[in-house]
Design a protein around this ligand. Structure first.
Ligand SMILES: *Cc1c(COP(=O)(O)O)cnc(C)c1O
Length: 391
């Protein structure tokens, strides 16, 4: 599906997808139930024999979760999708469905830190090896892919926003007979549809833009029916990281405004990034929209980026003086957030803590929310003033 830049068109598409609901409710009622009963022995046995498809138990199939999955599949141009209890459940199920002991994965460097930790702990114990490459270097990816089973992508990455030519990397994976998987949380389906670029599976932390209101933790994977069926057969029921009906219901609401929210995040973040870049106290701004052009297939930019202060700025004072920007991890909601790089680098207790994900001590990650560009800019500049005034 091609979205172009007509956000209103896409919004109407999302609304038009709704079938009539019980009581003609405008919103699909939440089916908050663990099990579904059968009206007769015959119906039950027909269902168990696979002659009749209907919900039995919510860990397998729940109508509210299914409704969200169908909306998301449509947005990503996928044949099917599966909802998970978190982005990490989506990542672990996607990877574990396709690799086993002795297999090797190639991943772009700076992947989401908990994906990196999954690879370095559980996968390592299962004798699955992961090789990291700079995804901007297609030749390096090609070289690393020899004999590998899966290419794990994330573009742009979520701290230094390294953006890749996703279509070219998917083609490399295909040439090597390997499966490609991408974490598309940053761009959302509004700005990037990796399946149309040749990637096999696309996943999201739905806790970010898909939900959009910072009240849900969940994840989703989309792709061909054959690949999603493979996830549905083992990892989904037996690892059991199933999306809850209530979370799906909140996500259905979130998706209805996704195109409008993404347009607002894009405009505000790009303006703030441009202004930050012009400041004397800022060394670099890591925002894909400031480059001459976006990589092929990335059709817009979201609200998450980072920048690096020049030496001498008091980042603690900067953080403490912000009022609209709250100190907090995650992103994708209505609210603006910051994470100081020097705080993240204190996270020593984690496995593989030597890896920095591209985070530098003088960097600050911003999520630009929906409060309005001028109010956010005023908040930033007054905090920068305090942080750069010698006492
Ligand atoms: C948050 C995040 C995840 C993990 O998602 P959860 O819903 O927190 O499990 C994965 N990838 C990226 C890029 C993220 O930001």
């Amino acid at each position: 599906m091609s979205h172009g830049s007509d956000f209103y068109d896409l919004a109407s598409l999302i609304v038009a997808h709704d079938a009539p609901h019980a009581f003609e409710a405008v919103v699909p009622p939440i089916v908050q139930t663990s099990l579904f009963t059968f009206s007769s022995y015959e119906e039950m046995v027909a269902t168990y024999r696979g002659e009749k498809a209907r919900p039995v138990y919510t860990r397998g199939l729940n109508p509210t979760v299914r409704f969200f999955e169908e909306m998301l599949a449509k947005l990503e141009g996928a044949e099917d999708a599966l909802g998970f209890a978190s982005g990490m459940a989506a990542i672990s199920a996607s990877v574990l469905s396709f690799v086993g002991p002795g297999d090797r994965i190639v991943a772009v460097r700076h992947v989401y830190p908990d994906a990196f930790r999954l690879f370095g702990t559980l996968l390592k114990r299962l004798q699955i090896e992961v090789t990291y490459v700079d995804g901007r270097d297609e030749a390096a990816v090609d070289k690393a892919m020899a004999g590998a089973k899966l290419l794990y992508l994330e573009s742009p990455t979520s701290w230094v926003m390294e953006a890749h030519d996703v279509g070219a990397l998917a083609a490399v994976a295909r040439r090597h007979g390997a499966l490609s998987v991408i974490d598309n949380s940053w761009a959302s389906p509004i700005f990037q549809n990796p399946l149309s670029l040749g990637v096999d599976l696309v996943l999201h932390s739905a806790s970010k833009y898909l939900g959009g209101h910072s009240d849900v933790v969940s994840g989703v994977v989309a792709g061909s029916k054959a690949l999603i069926d493979r996830l549905r057969a083992e990892a989904y029921p037996y690892l059991g990281g199933k999306m809850s009906p209530f979370d799906a219901w909140l996500l259905i609401r979130g998706l209805r405004t996704l195109p409008l929210r993404m347009a607002a995040h894009q405009a505000s973040a790009l303006e703030i990034a441009t202004r930050l870049k012009a400041l004397d106290v800022v060394e670099t701004v890591c925002h894909p929209g400031l480059a001459n052009q976006l990589p092929p297939g990335l059709n817009g930019t979201s609200g998450l980026f980072s920048f690096i202060f020049k030496p001498g700025v008091d980042i603690r004072a900067f953080a403490n003086h912000l009022k609209l920007f709250k100190l907090g991890v995650s992103w994708g909601g209505h609210e603006s957030l910051i994470v100081p790089g020097e705080v993240v680098l204190e996270q020593k207790a984690q496995p593989n803590s030597a890896h920095t994900f591209g985070i530098s001590e003088r960097s600050v990650r911003l999520h630009v929310g929906l409060e309005g560009t001028e109010a956010l800019w005023a908040d930033l500049t007054s905090a920068i003033e305090v942080a750069t005034t010698p006492l």
